[in-house]
Write a protein that binds this ligand. Structure first.
Ligand SMILES: Cc1cc2nc3c(=O)[nH]c(=O)nc-3n(C[C@H](O)[C@H](O)[C@H](O)COP(=O)(O)O)c2cc1C
Length: 234
């Protein structure tokens, strides 16, 4: 017998709310690998994401082991040489007003969490470089996407996929962090993974088991109340 959607949803509401609130971007992982079956289970969840006209525009690559080491070395080198190869533009200087304030607040909270002073340029760079060491994660997932028009629709779909992936990680007792910083080197990543140039990259997701003692996990970002960002119409 088909169960009504409302009846199916009710008992799981609490669990869903908990998963949502437990999830946070993880900036310090244990070395422990995630079993293949668990990675497959997360991928099975992520593929249920909605997409424009059900086009499912994700071509996901999972990188682990020696390949991940090779990628990290290449990214650190390219970052040092400032040889960026992004597919899509991204300029935080374009953000203004409350969006810029939130961006500044993230930087302040994060560097305080890592115990790095504002004027400590080297310390800030070390933290920033952690992106290219995948915060010690044993795996990364890269949802590559085909390119259509201005890429906004397909980019939105990839965002949906990324969020389902992240929530599923949390529900499996894992952790992850989406990283635009990896997208800055889309060209390098494509070359190393032998991905065709037709597939573009927005962000990667480092994932694994969170290290509870890592400084990178010692802070949590808040959110503005819905009264400041929701308008009701009747
Ligand atoms: C698409 C996307 C890209 C991101 N890129 C990075 C990144 O390159 N490095 C980083 O440390 N955090 C990155 N973040 C994490 C955000 O800083 C984080 O989601 C935000 O501060 C809210 O914190 P929370 O995820 O812990 O709730 C990214 C988040 C998203 C959604």
């Amino acid at each position: 017998m088909e169960i009504a959607t409302s009846e199916r949803i009710q008992p799981n509401t609490q669990a869903f709310k908990e998963v949502l609130r437990i999830r946070q971007s993880c900036r310090g992982f244990l070395e422990t690998s995630v079993p293949d079956e668990m990675i497959a289970s997360v991928l099975e969840d992520a593929k249920l994401s909605p997409s424009n006209c059900n086009t499912q525009p994700w071509e996901t690559h999972i990188v682990s082991g020696d390949k991940l080491k090779e990628l990290s070395e290449a990214l650190l080198k390219e970052n040092e040489a400032e040889r960026l190869s992004p597919d899509l533009s991204f300029d935080m200087n374009e953000y203004h007003g409350c969006y810029q304030e939130r961006y500044f607040n993230l930087g302040k909270t994060m560097y305080e969490g890592f115990d790095v002073k504002r004027e400590d340029k080297e310390g800030r760079k070390e933290v920033s470089d952690l992106n290219y060491k995948f915060f010690n994660a044993p795996h990364i997932a890269i949802p590559f996407m085909p390119s259509f028009g201005d890429n906004v629709r397909v980019g939105g779909d990839i965002g949906m996929y990324g969020q389902t992936f992240l929530l599923s990680l949390t529900a499996h007792g894992l952790a992850g962090i989406p990283q635009t910083s990896l997208g800055f080197f889309a060209g390098t990543i494509r070359e190393i993974l032998n991905v065709p140039s037709e597939l573009k990259m927005l962000f990667g997701i480092s994932f694994g088991y969170a290290d509870p003692n890592a400084l990178g996990n010692s802070f949590k970002l808040g959110r503005d109340p819905i009264t400041s960002n929701v308008t009701f119409h009747q």
